[in-house]
Design a protein around this ligand. Structure first.
Ligand code: FRU
Length: 482
């Protein structure tokens, strides 16, 4: 019987079978997008369509450790309460046999156009860089965001420039001055001065007048390598400044920079040809990758990331796995550009939730069953400490001067169980830290520093009875719960 089910029916059956277990998991969140079961990664196809927000996501309902196979789907009217729908895409044509990879939405004249990468990994002993992989850019259309048309192939291996390897993916499409543009992440073949292979990440920009026929418009691979591959590119304008958001892989970790295995950040191509010169990381926490932005009807530029990280051994011990699911998306954030920097704060809808002031005694509060919002002002560089969890198991956020540290380590340097393998991350603001906004939704904590100049996203797996917050070193705060 099992084999007679199609992919969509298999997903549905697994969602049903696991419904109870997943629902009863203490790590489920109140207002973040999660997989109904299994694994979630990148946000895809973000848009506001006929007034409703749509978030699609890379979805593996049949395997809690990933592997893909679907685009999941959910909708919302306020970006915080999400209704889960059936998946909309699965691997059902030869061109997307090994994956319906990431992509984006374009909405125009009451229709939705979804662009994504069909991935094929041919069986055999290939390196999957120069051989064995086929990356195809594909279009589907929809009138309701749920039912999709036939898949149409737009670009294939024959359409990419000579110097590009078989890694070409994650189309982000938009319309500008009467033309359509598609930006793709790519890995270019390159060698260093000693003749050693050293590939370079870059982007390909295609142009079209009808959404179907695309021609290469620009190839942007930096002179000086900045990572070997760029995933999930996004190109948009913010306060008259052109912004290129992308995820470079292969940057070397430094003490307070590029601390994760892969990075995600943005450059300002109008200011420098060299992406590294203007590059800033979107987030300094453990769990932030593959963000995508879209423009809401009211003009806001909103960014949502995956609160996760690919290929990690450190953070892949998320404790929700025992209950059949892992990962979530970040809070949707509004972006604003000031002076060479993007400020990222949660969407204003968050203030419309029914927050209630929490009864805090001596800076301590038990928050089992609650989500929290902690607003701290007037810090002015004073040493301020937030402890989440109890003495043995928790995370400590320490603010001093212009430095913020997030640590799951105890005095002996042993990581707390609730961190699932996470250690320590550090970030800085330009001037002293003055304000913090901390949002905690069950198993995710997001910290926004100085009005969103920098942020820290991390997952944290505390049992309900361990959910204690302690604030010290700052009196000017308001703690609210929901
Ligand atoms: C980023 C990424 C994308 C790809 C997708 C596959 O996390 O590797 O480049 O399209 O995930 O799930």
């Amino acid at each position: 019987m099992e084999n007679d089910l199609n992919n969509f029916q298999k997903a549905r059956a697994e969602e049903k079978r696991m419904e109870r277990t997943v629902e009863n998991c203490p790590f489920r969140t109140k207002f973040h997008v999660m997989p109904p079961v299994g694994w979630l990664n990148d946000p895809n196809g973000l848009c506001q369509f006929r007034g409703v927000y749509h978030a699609y996501f890379q979805y593996s309902p049949l395997n809690v450790n990933g592997g893909g196979g679907y685009w999941g789907h959910c909708t919302s009217r306020d970006l915080l309460h999400w209704e889960y729908k059936e998946p909309v895409l699965t691997t059902d044509i030869p061109e997307d046999k090994s994956g319906v990879y990431s992509g984006s939405a374009l909405t125009e004249d009451g229709r939705m156009y979804l662009f994504y990468t069909g991935n094929v990994k041919q069986p055999g002993s290939y390196d999957y860089i120069d051989s064995g992989r086929i990356s195809t850019q594909i279009l589907v259309e929809s009138e309701d965001g749920q039912h999709m048309s036939e898949k149409v192939k737009l670009l294939g291996m024959e359409d990419y420039p000579e110097d590009i390897t078989q890694h070409v993916r994650d189309p982000k499409v938009w319309k500008e001055d009467g033309h359509y543009y598609m930006v793709l992440g790519a890995r270019a073949r390159a060698w260093d001065e000693n003749g050693k292979r050293r590939d370079k990440g870059g982007i390909l920009l295609y142009q079209s007048d009808d959404r179907k026929n695309w021609k290469l418009y620009r190839e942007l691979v930096p002179e000086k390598p900045f990572g070997y591959m760029w995933e999930c590119p996004d190109l948009f304008e913010l306060g008259k400044e052109r912004v290129l958001s992308f995820c470079p892989q292969g940057l070397e970790s430094q003490e307070e920079k590029f601390q994760n295995i892969y990075q995600s950040g943005y450059s300002l191509p109008g200011r420098s040809q060299d992406p590294e010169e203007t590059f800033r990381e979107w987030d300094m926490g453990f769990d932030f990758y593959a963000p995508q932005s879209f423009q809401a009807d009211d003009g806001r530029r909103i960014l949502i990331g995956w609160a996760g990280m690919p290929d990690t051994t450190e953070t892949n011990r998320n404790l929700s796995v025992a209950n059949g699911w892992q990962h979530c998306l970040t809070l949707p954030c509004e972006l604003e550009y000031h002076d060479g920097k993007i400020f990222r704060m949660p969407v204003r809808e968050i203030y419309d939730l029914d927050w209630e002031e929490a009864p805090v005694g001596n800076g301590r509060f038990h928050w089992a069953g609650k989500a929290l919002k902690l607003d701290m002002g007037g810090i002015c560089g004073e040493r301020t400490v937030i402890r989440l969890g109890n003495r043995e198991n928790g995370v400590t956020v320490t603010v001093e001067g212009n430095r913020v540290e997030l640590s799951f380590l105890d005095e002996k340097g042993v990581p707390s169980r609730c961190g699932g393998g996470r250690g320590k991350r550090t970030g800085r603001t330009e001037g002293p830290v003055e304000e913090l906004l901390v949002v905690i939704d069950s198993s995710i904590m997001e910290i926004f520093v100085n009005g969103g100049e920098t942020a820290f996203t991390t997952r944290i797996y505390l049992e309900e009875k361990e959910r204690v917050i302690d604030v010290s070193g700052c009196d000017g705060y308001i703690l609210e719960m929901i």
